[in-house]
Design a binder for this molecule. Structure first.
Ligand SMILES: Cc1cc2nc3c(=O)[nH]c(=O)nc-3n(C[C@H](O)[C@H](O)[C@H](O)COP(=O)(O)O)c2cc1C
Length: 168
C-alpha cells in the first residue's frame, strides 16, 4: 500500500485540461463487496453550490454508472504515464466481462469506504451532489448531438463534492 498525504484544496496545483483531458483519470465506484472502475477524459473541477466539486460525464451504457447510481460516493484518480496501458484497458473493457483491477494490474484500495486504485498519484474522493441527465434537447450547438450521440447512448453529468484529496 502506498502512503498518501491529504492535500489541502488551496494547495492543489493542477491544469485540468492536461490532467483530465490528456492524462485521463479512473472513476471508481461501489463498495468493498463490489465495485468497478473506468477511464474518463471528459469532466472538470470547479465550484458549485458553495462546494469544491468535480464533474464527470458517464454514458448510459457504462457498468460503472450502475455503481455511481447505487452509491453516494466515487473517486476520480490520476495515474502516472507508466499506467497509460492500464487506463487504455479500463477504457476499452467492461467490468461486466472482466475484473478490470486484476487485468490492468491495479490494486484496489479504500478510503473511508470509497474505492480507488492504490497506484494513483492523486485521488479526489467525492460525494455525489447531483446526477444531471444530458437530454437530446440540451444542445444549443446543432453539431454536438449527431457528432457525439448518434447511437443514443447519452451521458449523465455527475457532480461530486470533493471530500478529500490524496497526493504523494
Ligand atoms: C481515454 C478514454 C476516455 C474515456 N472517457 C470517457 C468518459 O469521459 N465518459 C464515458 O462515459 N466513457 C468514457 N470512456 C469509455 C469508457 O471508459 C469505456 O466504455 C469503459 O469500457 C466502460 O467500462 P464499464 O462498462 O466497466 O464501466 C473513455 C475511454 C477512454 C479510452
Amino acid at each position: 500500500m502506498h502512503t498518501f498525504q491529504t492535500v489541502p484544496i488551496e494547495k492543489l496545483d493542477m491544469n485540468p485540461f492536461e490532467k483530465i483531458g490528456k492524462q485521463w483519470a479512473l472513476v471508481t465506484a461501489g463498495d468493498e463487496k463490489q465495485c468497478n472502475t473506468m477511464t474518463v477524459s471528459w469532466g472538470g473541477v470547479g465550484v458549485l453550490w458553495g462546494k469544491n466539486v468535480v464533474y464527470i460525464f458517464i454514458r448510459d451504457s457504462r457498468y460503472t454508472k450502475e455503481f455511481i447510481d447505487q452509491g453516494d460516493t466515487f473517486s476520480m484518480a490520476f495515474l502516472g504515464e507508466e499506467y497509460r496501458q492500464a487506463l487504455s484497458f479500463c477504457g476499452a473493457h467492461s467490468g461486466r466481462d472482466t475484473d478490470k483491477f486484476a487485468q490492468a494490474g491495479l490494486t484496489l484500495a479504500f478510503q473511508n469506504g470509497i474505492p480507488y486504485p492504490d497506484e494513483a498519484e492523486m485521488v479526489f474522493f467525492c460525494r455525489k451532489l447531483a446526477a444531471v441527465p444530458v437530454d437530446k434537447d440540451t444542445f444549443t450547438d446543432p453539431e454536438i448531438l449527431p457528432k457525439w450521440y448518434g447511437d443514443g447512448d447519452m451521458h449523465t453529468m455527475y457532480v461530486g463534492e470533493i471530500l478529500q484529496v490524496f497526493g504523494r
